[in-house]
Ligand binder design. Structure first.
Ligand SMILES: Cc1cc2nc3c(=O)[nH]c(=O)nc-3n(C[C@H](O)[C@H](O)[C@H](O)COP(=O)(O)OP(=O)(O)OC[C@H]3O[C@@H](n4cnc5c(N)ncnc54)[C@H](O)[C@@H]3O)c2cc1C
Length: 473
C-alpha cells in the first residue's frame, strides 16, 4: 500500500496517532515489530492456559482522563469497557488497618483521621481541578483551552507538585498513613522521592483516583489496543505485525510518526549533529523486575479490605519507600523494595481466574532476580500468599526489552521522569514531537507528557503532522 503516513510502533501513542491521521482522511500504514499490537497494552497467557495477563499497563486512570482518549471515545471508539474495582488503591501497613483510596475523596479523607482536611486540600483539590487541570498537565506545552480557572488550579498544583514527595508528604500531612499513601503514589514515577516533582506525580495519581477512578479494561488491556486497530482498519488503514523498522530509509511516505525512544531513533537515521547530541544526552530511568502469577484464589491479605483494591502499594511507611527508591536511584537493589501490585480480579472476573502482577524497581539493565524480595514483601502483608501460587512468570529488564524495544534496560517510563526531562523530553522545544527531519515525528513516552496510557504523544504528533501538511499545501 502506498501510504500518506507510516506509523512505526503500536503502543498507545502510536495507535492514537494512527487513528487520528486516518480520521483526518490520511491513508495510514502501521508497522509493529511484535507479533501482537499494543506495546504496553499487550495481554497474553503468561502462566497457565486461559489466564489473561497484561504484559504492561493495567490501570487506566490516565486513559479515562486524557484529552486524547476522551476525544476518541466521544467520537465513537467502540468495543472497550472499563471496569472499576470497589477500591481504587490500598496501602497496607504493619500492625494497623490498610489505608484505602476510594473514588470518593471524602470517604478516603475519613480514613485518614487528623489528615482528613489536608487530604481534601491536596489530592481533593487536584480532583476538583477536573478535566481542565488534567488537560493542562497532560498538555504542558499547549495548545491550551482558554479556561482561567484551570490556570489557577494548575498554579496551585504546581506549587505543591514541584516539591519532592518526601517534602510534600511531611509538609502536608501529620499521620503515618497519609504520608505513606502519598509515597506509594509518588513512587510510580520511579524517581528518588527526594527529587523535585516526585510529589507532583503522587498528587496527580491521587487526584485521578478521585476524578475518574483507577479502572482497568474488561478482558485485558489488549482489548483497548485491538479496538484502536479495528478503528484504524475501518477507516481504510493497514496494520501489520512482525515488521521491525530498522532504518527510516526503508519507509516511503511524506509523514512518518515514530513510537520509539531516542536510542532507537539514533540507530534509525543520520541526524543533524545538534539533535543527535541531544538524543544521546537523554537519560533512561531505573528498570523493573516484574512477576505475573496464576493463583488458586485471592491473595490472603491480613486486612481483608485490601482484597477490594485494584492496585496495592507495598513497602510500608514514607521513610521505608523513600529508602527503597533512593537505593534504586543509587544503583543498588533494595532488600525490602517498594512493590507495585495489581490484582485485576478485584474488578474483572473475565481473566480466567485469579491472576496477579507486581513489580519492583531495579537499576537500569539489572540482571538480579527479585522474585524472593517481591514475594517476601507480599507475605509481610498477606501471610500464606506463596501457598496460593499455581504458576509464576518473571521478566527482568532484559526480557522486558526483548518483548518491547522501547523498554530500554527495563525502563517502563520511556526515560527518566526527572524535572530536567520534564522540560527537555527529549529536546527543549515548544514542539518536541517534531524532529529536524522533514515530515518525521516522535510520539512515544519519551516525549511530553511522558509515561502512561494517555496517548497524548501520539495526539500531539498527529496534530503537528496535519498542521505541517496543511501549511505546505
Ligand atoms: C509492566 C508495565 C506496567 C505498566 N503499568 C501501567 C499502568 O498500569 N497504567 C499506565 O497508564 N501505564 C502503565 N505502564 C506504562 C505504559 O504502558 C507506557 O507508558 C505506554 O505503553 C507507553 O506507550 P508508547 O506508545 O509510548 O510505547 P509502548 O507502549 O512501549 O509501545 C511501543 C511499541 O513500538 C514497537 N516498536 C518499537 N520499535 C519498533 C520498530 N523499530 N519497528 C516497529 N515497531 C517498533 C514496540 O514493539 C511496541 O509495541 C506500564 C508499563 C509496563 C511495562
Amino acid at each position: 500500500m502506498s501510504a500518506d503516513a507510516v506509523v512505526v510502533g503500536s503502543g498507545p501513542n502510536g495507535l492514537v496517532a494512527a487513528v487520528l491521521l486516518a480520521r483526518a482522511g490520511r491513508k495510514v500504514l502501521l508497522l509493529e515489530a511484535a507479533e501482537r499490537f499494543g506495546g504496553g497494552l499487550r495481554s497474553g497467557e503468561l502462566t497457565l492456559p486461559g489466564r489473561v495477563h497484561d504484559l504492561g499497563a493495567t490501570v487506566m486512570a490516565m486513559a479515562l482522563a486524557s484529552p486524547a482518549f476522551r476525544e476518541l471515545r466521544e467520537q465513537g471508539l467502540k468495543g472497550v469497557e472499563f471496569a472499576h474495582p470497589p477500591v481504587a488503591a490500598a496501602h497496607p501497613l504493619d500492625d494497623r488497618p490498610a489505608v484505602l483510596v476510594h473514588r470518593d475523596a471524602r470517604r478516603t479523607a475519613e480514613g485518614l483521621g487528623r489528615d482528613a482536611g489536608a487530604w481534601l486540600a491536596t489530592a481533593g483539590a487536584t480532583a476538583r481541578g477536573g478535566f481542565p487541570l488534567v488537560g493542562l498537565l497532560l498538555k504542558p506545552l499547549g495548545p491550551w483551552d482558554p479556561a482561567p480557572r484551570a490556570f489557577a488550579s494548575a498554579a496551585r498544583f504546581g506549587l505543591a507538585g514541584v516539591l519532592p514527595a518526601t517534602t510534600l508528604a511531611r509538609r502536608a500531612f501529620r499521620t503515618v498513613e497519609a504520608r505513606a499513601v502519598l509515597a506509594g503514589m509518588a513512587a510510580h514515577s520511579m524517581l528518588d522521592l527526594r527529587a523535585p516533582i516526585s510529589g507532583g506525580y503522587g498528587l496527580l495519581l491521587a487526584g485521578l483516583a478521585h476524578l475518574v477512578g483507577w479502572p482497568l479494561v474488561r478482558g485485558g488491556s489488549q482489548e483497548l489496543a485491538d479496538a484502536l486497530v479495528a478503528e484504524l482498519r475501518s477507516l481504510g488503514g493497514e496494520a501489520v505485525t512482525g515488521h521491525r523498522v530498522r532504518r527510516l530509509a526503508e519507509l516511503d511516505a511524506p509523514t512518518v510518526v515514530l513510537d520509539v525512544t531516542p536510542r532507537q531513533l539514533l540507530a534509525m537515521a543520520d541526524l543533524p549533529p545538534g539533535y543527535r547530541r541531544a538524543l544521546q544526552r537523554f537519560r533512561y530511568g531505573p528498570g523493573v523486575f516484574k512477576l505475573d502469577w496464576a493463583l488458586d484464589g485471592p491473595v490472603p491479605w491480613r486486612d481483608p479490605a485490601v482484597a477490594e483494591a485494584g492496585t496495592v502499594h507495598l513497602g510500608g511507611t514514607l521513610e521505608e519507600i523513600a529508602l527503597s527508591e533512593a537505593e534504586t536511584a543509587a544503583g543498588r537493589h533494595s532488600p525490602r523494595p517498594y512493590v507495585l501490585l495489581v490484582q485485576p480480579y478485584a474488578a474483572d472476573p473475565t481473566r480466567g481466574g485469579h491472576t496477579l502482577w507486581a513489580y519492583c524497581h531495579v537499576p537500569n539493565g539489572s540482571p538480579v532476580d527479585m522474585t524472593d524480595a517481591i514475594e517476601t514483601q507480599i507475605e509481610r502483608y498477606a501471610p500464606g500468599f506463596r501457598d496460593r501460587v499455581l504458576a509464576r512468570h518473571a521478566m527482568g529488564p532484559a526480557e522486558l526489552e526483548a518483548a518491547n524495544p522501547n523498554l530500554v534496560g527495563g525502563d517502563v517510563g520511556g526515560g527518566m521522569a526527572s524535572l530536567t526531562q520534564f522540560l527537555r523530553r527529549p529536546v527543549w522545544s515548544p514542539a518536541p514531537w517534531r524532529t529536524p527531519l522533514p515530515g518525521v515525528f516522535l510520539c512515544s513516552a519519551s516525549t511530553p507528557p511522558g509515561a502512561a496510557v494517555h496517548g497524548m504523544g501520539g495526539w500531539q504528533a498527529a496534530r503537528l503532522a496535519l498542521k505541517d501538511q496543511a501549511r505546505s499545501r
